[in-house]
Design a protein around this ligand. Structure first.
Ligand code: SF4
Ligand code: SF4
Length: 377
């Protein structure tokens, strides 16, 4: 039986390409970061030749700029604009169709897709986000069979983060910059006078089997030490921090804090933060029928707690104001989520800060509430 040893192996750039070829040859579709317009986003890779070579990014509240690093790094950028959520909990899928056939009604179940996806370059915060979504879709009394089918077909190659961005705070959330679990293989990219190479850690038997198909040498002590040093430095350089331990209690005490009115003046209720968030799972079920009345379908699609209709009950929406909707999102994300699932719903990826068009920053909002906690009682 295979056992995780923690031993670091080393792959040179050419062996990395060979590894991706082996993963593809094993029947996996490779998904990873790619340049899309002027951002980096996830998409299907052509054997890794379209990874964003030499590209970095600058991120800030409401700001994203692609940059040229001037080197050949493949993972020299931060968390891409979108997350892996789209491949496991897909944005829209038909559940069934119905068709009138004479006096009868034929109900046609949708065939369930069972893709075999290899996720290449999963950041530690996003590994935790997948673990958080597992709690939502797999661990409760109602298992999402589509999510499970997609989840079971995964091969995961993680990348430890050595250059966190301005909006990152995974170190505060205990989710990075080192990946500790949930991967088949985990890499640290090294690029210096010693060449372009990857330290590789094996996380599962499937990872060990894949790596055995190519020649990987044992990492030198110098390289192993270099990788450790980069990770320590990354934790120190984290762009933001969040005091996370007592957030459920802090928020429960401050449901009427005036900061909710303040943020409501700025929030557009555009839903961006929930759509880019790797753990948000709000969904809706829509029934649609053709104009002829002969066909109908039921569709599941992403929704957001920022939409007016999401909280509509008889008589109207329960959360009619921006204040109520922002408060619902944040108090659930870092507060009541813990009581519901045993972990925070925030993994510190920073996407909601970068992609908020008005630059609302949850670390700043929570800091403001904390600063006057108790003073307003
Ligand atoms: S709330 Fe923001 S920082 Fe936290 S996981 Fe979601 S997108 Fe990332
Ligand atoms: S916080 Fe920002 S991204 Fe989220 S709904 Fe409000 S304006 Fe949109």
């Amino acid at each position: 039986m295979w056992e995780r040893s923690g031993e670091r192996l080393c792959l040179h750039r050419e062996q990395w390409a060979a590894l991706l070829q082996q993963v593809a040859a094993a029947g996996y579709t490779l998904i990873g970061p790619r340049q899309r317009s002027r951002t980096i986003a996830y998409g299907v890779l052509d054997h890794g030749t379209d990874l964003p070579t030499g590209l970095g990014d600058r991120q800030g509240p409401g700001t994203y700029r692609l940059t040229n690093r001037g080197d050949a790094a493949l993972f020299g950028h931060r968390a891409p604009q979108d997350s892996w959520k789209q491949f496991l909990y897909v944005p829209q899928r038909r559940l069934w169709r119905a068709r009138r056939e004479g006096r009868d009604l034929a109900v046609l179940e949708e065939a369930r897709e069972r893709p075999r996806l290899a996720l290449i370059g999963v950041r530690p915060c996003d590994l935790q986000a997948i673990a958080v979504q597992d709690l939502t879709f797999l661990d409760g009394p109602f298992v999402d069979a589509d999510y499970r089918a997609r989840r079971e077909g995964l091969f995961t190659v993680a990348v430890h983060c050595v250059e966190p961005g301005e909006t990152c705070f995974c170190a505060s959330m205990g989710t990075g910059p080192r990946a500790t679990r949930g991967f088949d293989l985990a890499l640290t990219e090294l690029l210096d006078a010693g060449g372009h190479r990857f330290l590789v850690e094996v996380g599962t038997e499937a990872g060990a089997r894949m790596l055995a198909k190519i020649t990987a040498e044992r990492a030198t002590e110098r390289d192993a030490g270099l990788g450790e040093g980069l990770l320590k430095e990354a934790a120190r350089k984290m762009g933001r921090t969040l005091e996370a331990e007592d957030l459920p209690e802090l928020l429960a005490r401050n449901l009427e804090h005036p900061r909710w009115d303040d943020v409501a003046q700025r929030c557009l209720a555009c839903t961006n933060c929930t759509l880019v968030c790797p753990t948000c799972f709000c969904g809706n079920i829509e029934d649609r029928s053709s104009l002829s009345g002969r066909e109908a379908e039921r569709v599941q699609r992403w929704d957001s707690c920022y939409t007016l209709d999401h909280s509509r009950l008889h008589g109207g929406p329960v959360r009619a104001s921006h204040r109520a909707r922002y408060r619902q999102w944040l108090t659930h994300k870092v507060g009541t989520w813990v009581a519901q699932f045993g972990v925070s719903g925030c993994v510190g990826c920073g996407r909601c800060i970068t992609w908020c068009p008005v630059g609302i920053d949850l670390t700043e909002e929570l800091g403001a509430i904390r600063a006057s906690d108790g003073a307003l009682a």
